[in-house]
Design a protein. Structure first.
Length: 240
């Protein structure tokens, strides 16, 4: 979309660039960070200024991803957590994920990547350290390299859980995170209201509440994994 109309943004850095570019043009953003904590808006209920949008539940779902991997692979004693060191969310998310792994008596190995070469090196480290499963953290760089992620996981036979269903649609094992379709629908509703005259400051920040579990059975079969019946029953979609 152009800067002559409200526009939606789907990563953590772009909203700040848009905010710096204009103080008058309405901006509708989608972010995986807490928009108050990172300084995008002053308040969730009264955003003020020319910004409003959606805050995604991407980053607070880490402990549940640990539980899902443990349910699928109870004998695995080491989980890898792959994050982008440039993503500020890892500072608050890692302790919660580590605590969840500790409760299940699993070791958490944190690996980082911010380039394609880093991704290949991270997977090589997982293999050397005999990691049993992988959690991929929400990050625009990872999402933009989703095909590479899925290919590397398949090549190294690494069971992985991803933050969005984009990875699963490409052949990844499973994802647990906010519904992107629902977020886009919410953003579209706000854009429509602004085009009809509403002010961003009068539109409270919406927090995504629709979380979905998507499982790819074909990928599970390729890995020699049998998905528990209860997990299949809980899944929002099973890709066969």
């Amino acid at each position: 979309m152009t800067l002559g109309e409200p526009f939606a943004i789907a990563n953590n850095l772009a909203p700040f660039a848009a905010k710096a570019a204009t103080k008058t043009i309405p901006i509708v953003f989608i972010t995986g960070a807490d928009p108050v904590k990172v300084g995008l808006v002053d308040s969730l209920s009264r955003p003020t200024g020319n910004l409003t949008g959606m805050s995604v539940f991407f980053s607070v779902l880490g402990p549940k991803r640990v539980e899902l991997l443990h349910e699928l692979l109870p004998a695995a004693d080491t989980i890898a957590l792959l994050s982008n060191p440039g993503n500020v969310n890892i500072k608050t998310d890692e302790p919660e994920i580590r605590a969840a792994a500790d409760r299940l008596k699993q070791h958490l190995e944190v690996l980082t990547a911010s380039t394609e070469g880093d991704l290949e090196a991270a997977f090589a480290t997982m293999v050397r350290h005999r990691v049993g499963s992988l959690i991929v953290m929400p990050d625009p760089f990872f999402i933009s390299r989703s095909e590479q992620h899925v290919a590397l996981a398949a090549h190294h036979a690494m069971p992985a859980i991803y933050p969005t269903r984009t990875f699963v649609d490409l052949g990844g094992l499973m994802s647990y995170g906010s519904s992107v379709l629902d977020l886009n629908r919410q953003a579209g509703t706000y854009i429509g209201k602004i085009l009809k005259g509403a002010k961003p400051a009068d539109l409270p920040i919406q927090q995504s509440t629709k979380v979905e579990l998507v499982i790819n059975l074909k990928s599970a079969n390729a890995l020699g994994l049998k998905i528990p019946v209860l997990m299949l029953a809980q899944a929002d979609q099973v890709i066969e």
